[in-house]
Design a protein around this ligand. Structure first.
Ligand code: BGC
Length: 752
């Protein structure tokens, strides 16, 4: 069986030595436990939420009685530390056992310094960069009085209709696992109790992203094989990297709510992987086991969750309400309760809340938006942006005298922040319009035009950026304004040498509870683009979105196309640098972009089929518009024919020569794909990424890349969790993206 350490080695990641994670004083844990009443124990497993002073006041009463051990601290950045200190003081001075509280929060892609959404971060294909970004996030988060972030998300993107693909690291288990482990290291460092680190949470365990129809909170169908090979690897890598906690998901696979899934939470997580942190539920998901039709009532929901291995209940209160009677009746063993409390207490010790229960309220101001934080946000934004098409219009020529920047996202600071902005502020965002004004050559004039709303507005209604439609009697005035904006944008386009269109979807249309049935540009943006294209002027389109949109028409109408995700505070300067070629575009898609809505779900690593040449649609190819791994730069690379060589002292390697055949220096991401031609367990994917190497080459320069054909490259996990490498035929290849390359046959003679 592949133990966590082996998995890390397989992923080419350094091991965190167990000594680096501070040992827990088990005597302290057991001593506290021995002195706790049953109610106090249950309190340690109960998590509340605080936003306002009134909620802090109400929570204080519970804390005094030992009835809450943790809070989600979602108050404003100014109030967070004060609220924490107030409640902590109650815990330490007025509660009987003085056990400190632990405070959690969703710092998903930044706290004050907002980074690109995780899907964007993944497009950099750079674990070290992700680690640095999360370290910045950890520093600001801890300074705000938060010990514990609910990140990284380890769910595997499967269906772009699901809004939460924005929070994933994309559709590949290998890339996802490396970036999940890097995130844990970034958040926790060597010591999650350090004043600039926080405890990490691997979420949502497990299979949440397989949600049927891409509808959030829906049931999931996950086969045991895809559970092992697609959905679990990122969690396993995160556990091996030392994550202190795991969050169970909102979903139910095979009718079992994730919060009550004993096989996943106990057999796999703790039994197979040796995870010794604690598991928190998702928001009210314990009581939702009733709505799932699994638990008959609140008592059953609490019992099933705790028995399955879910230690802490977020927001709902079934533990507090029902566990005492169930324990008294003997329906639950006290030892089970004790074990859950032990895990939470260990987590608190490891996260440093016993040693450092209070926070300096001035700390955040000292570290927020530090120069290195902004530089990292800028670097991450630039590295996340993917150039999808370019007919030579980019980089922009200094000779372009007049540029028309048009679209609802040209100058909208708030929209750049993405789905979990933390406490990032629109005032700290540099928009594309602002950045271009800075960057333009003196001789170039910039006209910025709004064009149209992001969302369609009708008479007497108005769309909010979160997607909801509110009634608004002033909307009829808006209609006249809309007409004026449209014609003014077209007039600017006609005057311009180059048009840059900044379009996409609202940030509130991706993320949680933000599924979409149609993945097109929202509102009248498609019409706007068509009108801009009809001017005949060179059209550069920049798309800001939390998911792959269907960009088929957009690509056809434009001369150049950039996918910018929701890029965070520094998206504007990053884009300006790429547009002018001050920096090379280096991003690569971590997710396939569909050609049409009807193609989804679509992902490159789908299972093999019996009639592989016959799976197209009558009316469309099955091929995506832009495949996984795809991205252009301003130079050209040639991949030579791959070959396999077998050194006497090690595993065979696949290798190829890559040459920069263009005129500029540039970067390519050499991707190593494997197909197992026959597998005893069942069809493996048609191709799987098993390594990549990023090369920066000068014009004319060549370099050889090689990937070992070892156990890590060729193996898979069977349904029992064993890592197997079966002798037989494979195909291996090295390519710049998943949609190209010539597979090379390779025969593995004996098991590795
Ligand atoms: C989300 C989690 C999040 C939690 C706490 C839930 O609705 O699914 O991802 O961590 O809320 O905010």
């Amino acid at each position: 069986m592949l133990r966590p350490a082996q998995l890390l080695l397989m992923l080419g990641l350094p091991l965190i030595s167990p000594a680096a994670i501070p040992p827990v004083d088990e005597t302290q844990v057991n001593d506290l436990l021995a002195r706790m009443t049953q109610a106090e124990k249950i309190g340690q497993l109960s998590q509340g939420v605080i936003n306002t002073p009134e909620e802090v006041a109400a929570a204080s009463l519970l804390v005094r009685e030992g009835r809450r051990g943790s809070f989600i601290l979602s108050a404003s950045a100014e109030q967070a530390a004060t609220f924490r200190n107030q409640l902590q003081k109650v815990a330490l001075e007025q509660s009987r056992l003085r056990v400190p509280l632990i405070f959690g929060y969703d710092a998903i892609h930044g706290y004050r310094t907002t980074f690109p959404i995780p899907l964007g971060l993944a497009a950099a294909w750079d674990a070290a960069l992700v680690e640095r970004a999360q370290a910045v996030s950890a520093r600001e988060t801890r300074a705000a009085g938060i010990d514990w972030t609910f990140a990284p998300m380890c769910d595997l993107a499967r269906d772009p209709r699901w809004g939460r693909v924005a929070e994933t690291f994309g559709e590949d288990p290998y890339l996802g696992a490396r970036l999940a482990a890097a995130s844990v290291r970034g958040f926790q460092g060597d010591n999650p109790a350090a004043p600039d680190r926080v405890a990490a949470t691997l979420k949502h365990y497990v299979g949440y992203s397989a949600t049927v129809g891409g509808r959030d909170y829906n049931a999931t169908d996950v086969t045991p094989f895809s559970l092992r090979n697609a959905h679990l690897p990122a969690f396993q890598a995160g556990v091996a990297a030392g994550a202190l906690s795991v969050m169970s998901g909102f979903n139910a696979t095979d009718g079992i709510p994730a919060v009550a899934d004993h096989h996943a939470l106990t057999n796999i997580l703790r039994g197979e992987w040796g995870f010794n942190g604690f598991v928190v539920s998702d928001w009210t998901s314990v009581e939702e086991a009733i709505a799932w039709g699994y638990a008959a009532d609140r008592a059953a929901a609490a019992r099933l969750a705790l028995t399955a291995g879910n230690d802490m209940e977020m927001v709902s209160t079934t533990f507090e309400e029902t566990l005492p009677a169930q324990l008294a009746r003997g329906d639950l063993s006290p030892a089970l309760l004790d074990e859950a409390v032990r895990r939470v207490l260990r987590g608190k010790l490891r996260a440093g809340v016993f040693a450092q229960p209070y926070t300096d309220p001035a700390a955040l101001d000292r570290v927020a938006l530090a120069p290195d934080a902004l530089a990292t946000a800028r670097e991450a934004a630039a590295r996340s942006i993917v150039l999808l098409k370019n007919n030579g219009t980019l980089p922009l020529a200094a000779t372009a005298r007049r540029i028309a920047l048009i679209g609802p996202l040209a100058d909208d600071a708030g929209e750049m922040l993405g789905t979990w902005p933390g406490h990032g502020r629109p005032g700290d965002v540099v928009t594309l319009a602002a950045a271009l004004r800075q960057r333009l050559p003196a001789s170039t004039r910039l006209d910025v035009e709004f064009g149209c709303e992001l969302l369609e507005t009708g008479p007497r209604t108005r769309a909010l950026t979160d997607g909801s439609i509110v009634s608004d009697p002033a909307a009829e005035v808006d209609a006249a304004k809309a007409k004026k904006r449209w014609s003014s944008a077209l007039a600017a386009a006609r005057r311009a040498d180059v048009i840059i269109a900044a379009v996409g979807e609202p940030r509130g249309w991706s993320g949680e509870n933000a599924s979409r049935a149609e993945l097109d540009l929202t509102g009248r943006q498609s019409g706007l683009l068509a009108a801009l294209a009809a001017t005949g002027k060179p059209l550069v389109v920049v798309v800001f979105s939390g998911r792959p949109l269907v960009l088929t028409n957009v690509a056809a109408q434009s001369q150049a196309l950039l996918q910018a995700w929701h890029p965070g505070l520094q998206g504007g300067p990053a884009l300006a640098a790429l547009l002018y070629g001050d920096q090379e575009p280096t991003g690569r898609l971590p997710i396939s972009f569909p050609r049409a809505n009807g193609q989804v779900p679509i992902y490159y690593n789908h299972a093999m089929t019996g009639r592989p040449t016959m799976v197209d649609y009558r009316d469309l190819t099955r091929a995506p518009l832009f495949p996984f791994g795809f991205g252009l730069g301003y130079t050209e690379f040639t991949y030579g024919a791959a070959e396999i060589s077998t050194p006497p002292d090690g595993p065979a390697v696949a290798r190829t020569i890559i040459t920069n055949t263009g005129k500029r220096p540039g970067q390519t991401v050499a991707q190593f794909y494997v197909r197992d031609v026959a597998c005893s367990v069942g069809a493996r994917p048609v191709q799987e990424l098993r390594g990549w190497e990023t090369l920066t080459l000068a014009p004319g320069e060549s370099r050889t890349v090689s990937f070992p054909l070892d156990s890590a490259a060729l193996g898979f996990t069977d349904r029992q969790g064993r890592w197997l490498v079966e002798p037989g035929d494979f195909q291996v290849w090295i390519a710049p993206h998943a949609g190209t390359g010539t597979p090379l046959p390779y025969r593995l003679e004996k098991a590795l």
